[in-house]
Design a binder for this molecule. Structure first.
Ligand SMILES: [Zn+2]
Length: 682
């Protein structure tokens, strides 16, 4: 209850201060009445449309009831449908600049059963007492222009709160202590910069607030809008406020001052993960997950610069997910450890390697995440573009480029070419070849060091590397590891041809060389460079199951597990056949039986780091000569039963140790780059 009281006290002060109206009127001003219980929406809109002959879309549940200009009624015509919207048309007289519209209707019910995929497909405006979401793309307001400034006053019943992206200008609580409470909650928001649309959210939230002071800028109002149970979770809301502050400070320093005066973390009854200007709208279930504050929150905060601070020119490709992934998710991994950053790069390259041939798209064609193949390019490849760009131009020039891009493009629509221009100016070098090849070409380079040779002359040594790549060649800056008996050294080489010999001076000839061992360059990895992970079994087209044990209850449990684990129906084979064929095999059974089956098949025995641990051990076998084999080895049938639910969720792992249903340890096998021996030239 303390949270509510504190919030009320703050809101009371706010409500009593005079509201400061913007000096100029915005392009769109809305007075919204929403009653989630009846799902009734009624709106009065004042619009300065971009054209006198004004056409606009409204969701089919909404009807225009009045239109006027300068107090004189105007005829409005309803036209055809576009999807779930109707097109309306009204002509403004030559003397009038503003249009007044009134419209109302009963919104669709919010369906909390929608899954993440539905949510990504675009939603209609929806209402319910548990939560209402009127998305910017849901045609619940007339759109005056592509970009527009707005002001929204929203009124909801006393037990609800409502929020709209923008500056909170004033707020009235149902009872403000002076006895003239309206019985409704009212808040007024203004977005003074050109915006792409208006999202409106309402819910039975408790509000917590904290002010974040800034030097040389207005303070930022930090808020959580949480459902009662979420708000009551000890430390959760305060933790979100603390971490939000940390991210705002971080990116304010890295990029330029945070461009808004509020940031709110808003709980959704839907499995959403939306970043909007001044707020993030995250599923309540998601907000409870322990890692969200360390990852997604920072990503969504950063979208206030990339995506909501600088807009994306979608027709020319979406750069904002890649840049946000690079400066948030990837940066957090890099500050954790070099290994964690490498693992993330490996994850991107692996996801890319899993994209079926022919389904890859150029990065320039990426608009938004609609399927896995698009995400592998739009997030992974795009983030790697920034990894490579920073390696190419250096940290200082990269930082200057980021800040300059922000300065130049604040609240404008920018494209990849604007980014390129900023980095070209910052680094003083042309980057057309670099950006063109990573943006316009689908796929990635396939490169190898064909041979390496050292030649000594007068106490000095020259190392020659023959580097080959598939045509047409990319222009690449590649890291090469020189491996000596007692140490190794990294050198960078430049290649631009299908076959090229690169020479360098070395004090002593290395024993061997490795191409890009840390995976710093976007490319097509060879199968042997990809450590096997369970997803390759889960998604196999014709998977096979081998039962190592004879006991009926173990065999039944193994069959049930295979049913859940594989996406396709598995074929059962004898343990003696596991090395035959090429389709992935799952070998399951009791520890002793599994050991025996592996030995008979001539496969590597149980990995040392797993032996004797937990109630179940799962691992993938790396032996390029045979069919891929994954092993589930258990203490007893119960241990096998316990894996039914959890195991299919661990597709990204190579090995796991389970204690009943809980994965106590897991990991991905290391995959090392091929060592090319250095020959002595005669
Ligand atoms: Zn994002």
């Amino acid at each position: 209850m303390r949270a509510i009281f504190a919030a009320l006290a703050v809101l009371g002060v706010l409500a009593s201060s005079p509201s400061v109206a913007g000096a100029s009127s915005p392009d769109l001003e809305l007075a919204v009445e929403l009653d989630p219980g009846t799902r009734r929406l009624a709106v009065r809109a004042d619009i300065v449309p971009a054209t006198r002959d004004f056409r606009f879309e409204l969701h089919e549940t909404l009807n225009v009831t009045a239109a006027s200009a300068d107090g004189a009624p105007l005829p409005v015509r309803a036209g055809g449908h576009v999807g779930a919207s109707r097109v309306w048309h009204v002509a403004l007289p030559p003397t009038a600049a503003r249009l007044h519209l009134e419209y109302a209707g009963t919104l669709p019910a919010l369906d909390a059963q929608l899954d993440h995929r539905d949510v990504l497909q675009g939603l209609p405006p929806m209402a319910s007492p548990q939560g209402s979401f009127l998305p910017a793309g849901g045609a619940w307001y007339p759109r005056p222009a592509a970009l527009f400034a707005y002001r929204v006053t929203v009124s909801v019943p006393a037990d609800q709160r409502a929020v709209v992206p923008g500056r909170l200008q004033s707020e009235d609580l149902p009872t403000d202590g002076s006895g003239h409470g309206s019985g409704r909650y009212r808040a007024r928001f203004e977005f003074g910069e050109p915006a792409e649309g208006i999202d409106l959210m309402a819910g039975p939230w408790l509000v917590r607030e904290r002010m974040m002071a800034r030097t040389a800028a207005a303070p930022v109002r930090l808020r959580t809008y949480f459902f009662r149970d979420l708000d009551a979770t000890p430390g959760l809301a305060d933790g979100y406020l603390d971490d939000t502050r940390r991210y705002l400070e971080r990116y304010g320093e890295e990029i330029g001052p945070y461009p808004f005066t509020e940031f709110s973390v808003v709980a959704s009854p839907l499995p959403t993960g939306f970043g909007m200007p001044t707020l993030t709208y995250l599923g309540a279930e998601v907000l409870k997950l322990p890692f969200i504050r360390a990852t997604s929150l920072g990503h969504e905060v950063l979208h206030n610069w990339w995506g909501n601070g600088v807009y994306v020119d979608y027709a020319r490709g979406n750069w904002s997910e890649g840049l946000t992934t690079f400066m948030a998710d990837y940066a957090y991994k890099a500050s954790e450890s070099a290994d964690a950053a490498r693992a993330m790069r490996l994850g991107w390259l692996r996801d890319f390697a899993a994209v079926p041939a022919g389904e890859g798209q150029p990065l320039a064609d990426f608009r938004s995440r609609t399927h896995g193949a698009a995400a592998a390019v739009g997030y992974g490849k795009a983030a790697m573009l920034f990894v490579m760009l920073r390696d190419l131009i250096g940290e200082d020039a990269f930082q200057r480029g980021i800040r300059a891009f922000w300065q130049a493009q604040r609240f404008r629509t920018a494209s990849w070419s604007d980014l390129r221009a900023a980095f070209e100016r910052a680094s003083g070098r042309p980057l057309k070849v670099f950006f063109d090849q990573w943006l316009e070409r689908a796929g990635g380079p396939e490169i190898r060091i064909a041979s390496a040779e050292a030649r000594g002359e007068g106490g000095r040594h020259r190392l020659s590397l023959a580097v080959e790549q598939k045509a047409p060649a990319y222009a690449l800056r590649l890291p090469v590891e020189l491996v000596f008996p007692d140490r190794s050294e990294l050198r960078w080489i430049d290649v631009a041809a299908e076959r090229q010999v690169v020479t360098m001076e070395v004090a002593t000839p290395p024993a061997g060389v490795r191409l890009d061992p840390q995976l710093q360059v976007w490319r097509v990895l060879a199968p042997e460079q990809l450590p096997p992970i369970l997803r390759q079994w889960i998604g196999a087209r014709a998977p096979r199951l081998a039962l190592a044990s004879a006991a009926p209850h173990v065999r039944e449990a193994a069959a049930a597990l295979a049913q859940r684990f594989f996406e396709a129906k598995p074929q059962t084979i004898a343990p003696s056949e596991i090395t035959h064929g090429s389709e992935p095999v799952l070998l399951a059974g009791l520890h002793a039986d599994v050991d025996e089956a592996l030995a008979r098949a001539g496969l590597p025995s149980r990995p040392e780091r797993l032996a004797g641990r937990g109630s179940a051990q799962v691992w993938t076998v790396t032996d390029a000569a045979a069919a891929p084999v994954a092993v589930v080895s258990v203490r007893d049938a119960q241990a096998l039963q316990a894996l039914l639910r959890p195991l299919p969720h661990y597709g990204a792992q190579s090995w796991l140790v389970f204690e009943n249903a809980r994965a106590v340890e897991r990991g991905v096998w290391p995959a090392s780059a091929h060592l090319v021996p250095v020959r002595a030239a005669r």
